[in-house]
Design a protein around this ligand. Structure first.
Ligand SMILES: [Fe+2]
Ligand SMILES: [Fe+2]
Length: 206
């Protein structure tokens, strides 16, 4: 029990403070960087900081949900998704560096909040836990679609990263549905959208 607590705490610290690693090559990694004006570069960095922050939250959500899950198949799905989220974390982090920007200063706060939500979702049992996962991923997928529309056309590097993330997130949602996810009630979905809006609005700047 204590061992597991230390392990989980270590995982949290690494997610927030240590550089993430990717097994797959970074999408668009071999593309040349676009020439962008300062204001445009700052705008793209703001968008990528939101996405990095979203991936920090994904780490925490999945950690919380995996801690609470009773079913080995659910736990395995959460672990698999979480490994891909770690790659997303690495890609967005690298891109932020290339854009000459930094991660959100509030990441420890977002991490704690998302961990609490993940633990809470996990308390309702595996099917609701999976339902929460599926809905989260659907909302992230829609959000990424929005960001792809906002990115300057010439920034193909950022675009390649978000494109691949979008494919992965859709895959995570499908897996959750496949494993028997319940459909969340509409008010819960709305509350989730509102919570993520607070994060996205803040992380663009901070
Ligand atoms: Fe992700
Ligand atoms: Fe995902």
């Amino acid at each position: 029990m204590i061992d597991n607590a230390i392990l989980q705490f270590d995982r949290a610290l690494r997610a927030v403070f240590a550089p993430a690693r990717s097994v797959r090559p970074v999408p668009g990694g071999d593309m040349p960087d676009a020439v962008m004006e300062d204001a445009q570069r700052r705008h793209v960095a703001g968008l990528m900081r939101i996405n990095h922050c979203g991936e920090i939250c994904a780490q925490a959500l999945y950690q919380g949900q995996a801690i609470m899950s009773q079913d080995p198949a659910t736990r395995e799905a959460l672990e698999q998704a979480s490994r891909e989220e770690t790659e997303h974390l690495a890609w967005t982090e690298q891109r932020l560096g290339e854009l000459g920007s930094r991660k959100s200063l509030l990441n420890p706060l977002w991490y704690s909040g998302a961990l609490a939500i993940g633990l809470l979702a996990g308390r309702f049992g595996d099917r609701w836990n999976l339902g929460f996962l599926a809905e989260t991923e659907r909302q992230v997928e829609a959000h990424l679609k929005g960001h792809l529309d906002k990115l300057p056309d010439e920034d193909r590097k950022s675009r390649a990263i978000l494109d691949q993330m979008k494919v992965d997130e859709a895959g995570h949602a499908d897996t959750a549905v496949h494993l028997g996810a319940h459909e969340l009630p509409a008010p819960v979905k709305v509350a989730m959208k509102m919570a993520s809006k607070v994060m996205t609005r803040t992380a663009y700047y901070l």
